[in-house]
Design a protein around this ligand. Structure first.
Ligand SMILES: Cc1ncc(COP(=O)(O)O)c(C=O)c1O
Length: 396
C-alpha cells in the first residue's frame, strides 16, 4: 500500500545523516554518535530497592492511571529542588508539572504557542529533536550562531526583528547539545533582555544542568525572570536514568494549564511508577553524592577523550573543552568535506554525528561533528580517536 502522510510530518525528513547513524547500532562500530549517559552512572541497586518497596507497599497507586500534572509528591520534590539548586521556580509566579522527559516540554510548548508559519529562534547548531519538534508543528526555525561566548546577540536581535511572527527563543545555556558550550552570564542576561524588548518567551532547556564537572554553576535565565517569560525545562534523564522518561516544566500557570490540556491528549500522564521512583530518589538518596559520582565519571571520560585528541589529532581539526555535559564539538578546516569525513570514519567503524544534523536547513557543507564521551568504553575512546585522527590525516 502507498501511504500519504500529513505535511506536518512530511516536512521532517530523514537524511544521509541517518544512514551514518544507523550503523552506530552495529556493535562492532565505536559509537561516538550516541547521546546517552554512561550506563555506569545509573544507581541500579537503589532503583531496584525503590521499585520493590513501591510495588510492595503501594502497588495500586503505582499501576493505576494518574494525574496529568504528575505525581503530587514528585512535583513538590522537583519544586523544592528548583527553588534550592537552580532558582528556577518562584512560588509567586510559577507552576510545575511532570512531563515525559524534557523532550515533551519542547513538544508541548511548541504545540500550545506556535501556529503554522510562526518562527522559533534557536541556537545554531542546536538539539536535533527540538528542531524536528518545531518543524513538525509547521514552525519556521531561525538559527542564531553560537560559540564559546554563547549566542551572537546582534544576530539574535536581527533574527527576532526580521522573522515572521517569532514566538520564542529556544536555548540550552548549560553544556549545550551538540557543542558543549556554556552560555556566559552576560549572554543569559542579553537573551532575556531581547525577549523582554520584543515580547517573546524563552524556552530554557537545562537537560544537562547537573552534569557540571568543571567550573562554577551560573544562574539560570529562569532565575532572572520576574514576569513569567521564561519556560524552564528540566530532566531526570542525565541525573538518574533516561529510560524512565521523566522531566518537568516550570512556567507561568497560564502556560502550564494549556500544556496540561495538550499533555492530556498526548500521553495522558507520565508513567506513575517511574515518577514514584524519581520521587524516592530525590527524597531518599544522597543526591549531591550521586551527582559527584556521575560528574567524576564524566570528567574522567572527557579528560580521556581530550587527552587522546591532544595526543593524536595534532592540530588537524579543532575541538571544544566542555565544562560539563556529554559532548565534544570538533571542527574540520575549511575546504574539508565533513560528510565525506564522517562517511569515511564510519566505514572505518567509528560513528560521529555530522554537524549538518543540528541545523534545520539543508545546507550541505558544514565543518563540524559531535563526539560523545560518556558512553563508549575507555578502550573504544582510545581506539576510536586514533581512527578519527587517521581519517583526518588523509583529508586535512
Ligand atoms: C538539549 C536536550 N534537551 C532535551 C533532551 C531530552 O531529554 P529527555 O530525556 O529529558 O527527554 C535532550 C536529550 O538528549 C537534550 O540533549
Amino acid at each position: 500500500m502507498n501511504y500519504s502522510f500529513s505535511d506536518r510530518i512530511g516536512g521532517v525528513k530523514p537524511s544521509a545523516i541517518r544512514e551514518i547513524l544507523k550503523l552506530s547500532s552495529d556493535p562492532s562500530v565505536i559509537a561516538f554518535s550516541a547521546g546517552n549517559p554512561s550506563a555506569d552512572s545509573f544507581p541500579k541497586e537503589e532503583i531496584e530497592q525503590f521499585a520493590s518497596e513501591i510495588l510492595g507497599t503501594t502497588p495500586v497507586l503505582a499501576l493505576q492511571y494518574g494525574l496529568t500534572e504528575g505525581y503530587a509528591p514528585l512535583r513538590e520534590a522537583l519544586k523544592a529542588r528548583c527553588r534550592q539548586v537552580y532558582h528556577s521556580f518562584d512560588d509567586g509566579i510559577d507552576e510545575l508539572i511532570v512531563t515525559t522527559g524534557a523532550q515533551q516540554v519542547i513538544d508541548l510548548l511548541t504545540k500550545v504557542i506556535c501556529n503554522e508559519g510562526d518562527t522559533v529562534i534557536a541556537e545554531g547548531p542546536s538539539f536535533v529533536a527540538a528542531l524536528s519538534s518545531f518543524k513538525s508543528y509547521g514552525a519556521e526555525v531561525r538559527q542564531v550562531a553560537i560559540d564559546e561566548d554563547g549566542m551572537d546577540l546582534d544576530e539574535l536581535e536581527t533574527a527576532v526583528k526580521t522573522a515572521r511572527n517569532p514566538r520564542f527563543i529556544y536555548c540550552i545555556p548549560n553544556f549545550q547539545n551538540p557543542t558543549g558550550f556554556t552560555m556566559p552570564l552576560e549572554k543569559r542576561v542579553g537573551v532575556l533582555n531581547i525577549a523582554r524588548k520584543y515580547n517573546l518567551l524563552v524556552l530554557e532547556d537545562n537537560a544537562y544542568g547537573d552534569i557540571r564537572f568543571k567550573g562554577e554553576h551560573l544562574p539560570t535565565i529562569k532565575s532572572m525572570d520576574d514576569e513569567g517569560r521564561v519556560v524552564y525545562a528540566g530532566s531526570m534523564s542525565k541525573l538518574l536514568a533516561p529510560g524512565l522518561r521523566v522531566g518537568f516544566v516550570s512556567a507561568a500557570p497560564d502556560l502550564i494549564s494549556k500544556m496540561v490540556v495538550a499533555k492530556q491528549v498526548g500521553d495522558v500522564h507520565t508513567p506513575v511508577l517511574n515518577q514514584m521512583l524519581c520521587h524516592s530518589f530525590l527524597t531518599r538518596s544522597d543526591v549531591p553524592e550521586h551527582i559527584k559520582r556521575i560528574n567524576a565519571l564524566c570528567l574522567r571520560k572527557s579528560d580521556l577523550m581530550l587527552s587522546e585528541l591532544d595526543a593524536k589529532v595534532d592540530g588537524l581539526f579543532k575541538y571544544t573543552r566542555p565544562q560539563g555535559g556529554l559532548f565534544i564539538w570538533c571542527t574540520l578546516p575549511d575546504g574539508v568535506d565533513m560528510m565525506e569525513f564522517s562517511g569515511r570514519a564510519v566505514r572505518q567503524r567509528v560513528a560521529v554525528v555530522p554537524g549538518n544534523a543540528f541545523y534545520a536547513d539543508d545546507v550541505a557543507r558544514r565543518q563540524s561533528f559531535r563526539l560523545n564521551f560518556s558512553s563508549p568504553s575507555d578502550e573504544n575512546i582510545i581506539e576510536g580517536v586514533g581512527i578519527l585522527a587517521e581519517v583526518a590525516r588523509g583529508m586535512c
